[in-house]
Each structure stands twice: as structure tokens, then as C-alpha cells.
Design a binder for this molecule. Sequence first.
Ligand code: MRU
Length: 358
Amino acid sequence: MKIETLRWTDNKLEMIDQRILPTAFEYLAYDSAASVAEGIRSMVVRGAPAIGVAAAYGVALEALRLSASTLSSALSLQGRGSMDVDFNAGMEAGFTVLAQSRPTAVNLFWGLKRMRGVWESVQGQPNAAVAQRLLAEAHEILAEDIRINRAMGAFGAELLADGARVLTHCNAGALATAGWGTALGVFRSAVEAGKKISVIADETRPFLQGARLTAWEMVQENIPVTLITDNMAGFMMSCGEVDAVVVGTDRVASNGDVANKIGTYMVAVLARRHNIPFYVACPLSTIDMAIASGADIPIEERSADEVKGFRDYHWAAEGVSIRNPSFDVTPAELVTALITEKGVVRQPDRDKLRALFK
Ligand code: MRU
């Protein structure tokens, strides 16, 4: 089954509603920057690369929407000058609402920066032409993301031995990207290359991306997968049942520190304790060379309701105080290697990361 996390249908963006998987499989349709921003904020779409692609479509949708509405106001006898002011102000508002949707995954800001660059390159052209150019760029970002995942998959597959039992945390799969996946893309590529791989999926409290999404993807793909709760990882490692860890990331700082789903740091510490390689599948769009270290990465704090229980059912004692940081930072020293589309970077540091962008 080919998983199309995001797709362009009838001049709208459609995204799989990841909040209801695996109980139900449904697409929701989006037609503006504000609606896409809400889709990102509410976790209809999640995962760093998928968020970046969604944001790019959000910009294109806003341009299409504004060009249609400014055209109709021009036809009702407003001048071209005011039409452009409306369009440009509307676009700026669209960029702002998208940038405010979630803070940690740098792919969001990477996608917006790329779309702004394209917008600036076609300033002065008719608004409808600008919108079409932005839509073409969003399509290209989506296609490119799948190509990049395939390239990372091929490099990563070489790191896994035939028969490897690989632990992953959260969901860095097709659902977290435009398709194929980063960490799960490595597993798919290894299987495609003829290796027998089995996956151990951490449940990933509190949003259960592992239990709901990674387990579902691997079951669809017929890749053997075993679900564990997050607090079982150390036991599994101590029993010699984990050969490698592969995770995705939301932002890598210029010194190689890795932000990923809360609990990843704990897994990395355990992996080091048990001499198990800890790999991070990371497209270049997730590397933030503008920040010195993981201490500069904004960590999203989500609603207490996610920790109190799941969906509408709450089991925590009423009145208890709750923290819900959604990501943590694994220091570069615990990372065996980054798997990028340009190759494998062992023991990442600032010089090695800088070299990737030359
Ligand atoms: O809160 P989420 O579900 O957006 O968090 C996702 C993760 O932490 C993923 O591991 C990361 O974005 C990499 S996805 C290829």
C-alpha cells in the first residue's frame, strides 16, 4: 500500500487525518494558509518533513485563494495597485500564521523560506501566475522529499545487518514525510535490498505515534514489528534483543545535537550503555546551521490533556500538575551517525555538518 500522507486533489490539499489512525483512515481537505496551519497545530499532519511540505502547500493555497479574491475585487472596479497591496498583505499574513503553527521542527521554517524565495523571484508578475509558480514549487518539494528519503534509505540500509532487530521511537515513516519515510525509510530500503529486518516500536507516550502510526505502517508493509511501551526499551537492550536504534529528527543543531520526540534522549543513553549504535535519519532540510547547539532549539510544550489520558478518556488524578514537553535533545556525543541524502556522517560535529552544505 502506497501511503500518500499529502496529496493535491481538486485544487485542494488533502492530508490523512493522523489523529484518528489506525482506527479510521480519512483525508481532510485544506484550502488556505490558516486551515493548513490549523492542520499542523492540531496534528492532522505531523513529522518534520511532512510539516515542511504542508507549509509549502499552505503558502501556495493562500496565493491561489488571494489571487481569486483580488481578481474579483479588481473586476468590481478597484485599481491594480490596491489589488497588489491586498495580495501581498494577505501573503504575509499567510506566512505568519503558518510559522506560528509549531515551533520545533525546522523543516517548517525551511519550507516557508524556500517558498518566500520563490515568491520574491516572481514579484511583479500577475497574481494568478505567482500562485501557479508557488503551487509548482510545493509539488516539487513533495516529490523531492520522497527522492531524498529514498537516497537516505539506501545509505542507511547498508548500516543494518541481515536479520537486524532495530528499535525506533515515534513515527519517522511515510506518515511523517511525503512518502517512504526517514527512519522507517531505512527499514523499507533494507527490506527492498533483501535483508530480513525486524522492528521494535516504542509506543511513544503521550501521543502514541509508535503504537498508532509506526506499528500500522510496518503492519501494512509486512515488516515484522513488535510494540513495546517506552519503559521497556532498557530491558530489551539488556536482554540483547536490540541490534541498532534508528530514529528521525525534528532539528539538528550545527554541532550535531539532535532534537526528536520526547523519550529519544532516554533511548540514546540506553543505547550507549549497551554499546548499541544509535543512528539518526536526517535530511539536510532538518539541519539548522544557524544555531550553535541543542540548547537553542525551541521545545514545544503541548496540552496537559495529552498526559492526563488519551483523547477524551482521562485517567490522571484531577488537580495534579502536569508537564508535557514534546521533544528532547540528544547530545551529539551519543549519536553514532547521521544518515543524510548525501551519505552517512559518523560522529557528527560542526565541521562535518558544514561540509554537507558545500
Ligand atoms: O510531534 P510529532 O509527531 O510531529 O513528532 C515527530 C517526530 O518527533 C519525528 O521523529 C520527527 O519529526 C522525524 S519525522 C521523519
